[in-house]
Design a protein. Structure first.
Length: 277
């Protein structure tokens, strides 16, 4: 169930560097780091997480090792909705993801494998490595994903889990709020419906291109069956209170086989193009 992935994908005029929010876990695992401190966990917050796990399918959800999905990504700019862009997404938990975008007869691909990855722009047939900025965007997508919160990947980074309280979520509605805090100072709050326990929102702050701290938010809606699990089929992204994108899933399949070769950087462009057809 990733954020659904938060990517900046430079695809020319069609995507115009829009962020894709498509949902996964701690990246940058290859860096040399000191051992992470032990995770600190608040009992009430942990109980909310366990209730949410049951709500999305319990063992059926936790037992998923891959996620294959398709749907449409729609960018928003200055309140105006852009043209929907079809995507196919392939995830191997926790931190491998490949997303293929199709529009105007052009196929574009972005692949992330932890702190590394590559991009293919179909119009120019250009193949490049992900930039440090794009790798960091992917890392943020992992940390702010429902999967990270429910599957507990944050523990490996020595993050802490705390109960924040209840928050209004509309007329006669309340959300239970927990916060995950990382040793490097990054924090993300997750909101869960107080009645049905389903994940509702993820909220966090980070610097924009101007260096200003801006609040961002993912909103999860339209929970539907995905096998024996229940996952959100609509994910909206907001920045500074304004909607920037929507992901509509048409289908989500768990535990489908995803070849390891999907994530390998192509060495033969012609053969790669043929594989996309």
């Amino acid at each position: 169930m990733r954020n659904t992935l938060f990517k900046i994908f430079a695809l020319g005029a069609a995507l115009a560097a829009a962020p894709l929010v498509l949902l996964s876990a701690p990246a940058l695992a290859g860096q040399q780091k000191a051992a992470a401190p032990a995770a600190k966990v608040d009992e009430k917050a942990e109980a909310i997480i366990k209730r949410a796990i049951d709500a999305v399918g319990g063992p059926a959800y936790l037992g998923a090792r891959t996620q294959v999905s398709r749907g449409f990504y729609t960018p928003f700019r200055d309140g105006a909705q852009g043209l929907p862009i079809r995507f196919d997404d392939y995830i191997v938990f926790p931190d491998r993801e490949r997303t293929e975008f199709r529009g105007s007869g052009v196929r574009n691909v972005q692949t992330n494998t932890g702190e590394t990855g590559w991009l293919f722009e179909g119009q120019s047939r250009k193949l490049t490595d992900v930039t440090p900025e794009q790798a960091e965007n992917f890392r943020v997508s992992l940390r702010t994903s429902i999967d990270n919160a429910l599957r507990g990947w944050w523990r490996a980074e020595g993050a802490s889990l705390a109960y924040v309280g209840r928050r209004e979520a509309g007329l006669a509605k309340r959300n239970e709020v927990v916060k995950i805090s990382y040793p490097d100072g990054f924090e993300v709050e997750f909101e869960f419906d107080a009645k049905d326990a389903l994940p509702n929102k993820a909220r966090f702050k980070r610097k924009n291109k101007e260096g200003e701290m801006v609040e961002e938010e993912f909103r999860f809606a339209q929970y539907l069956p995905a096998g024996a699990a229940r996952l959100p089929f609509v994910v909206d992204h907001y920045e500074a209170g304004a909607q920037t994108s929507r992901v509509n899933y048409e289908a989500i399949d768990l535990n489908r086989e995803v070849p390891a070769s999907f994530f390998e950087k192509p060495t033969d462009i012609k053969a790669f193009l043929k594989s996309l057809k």
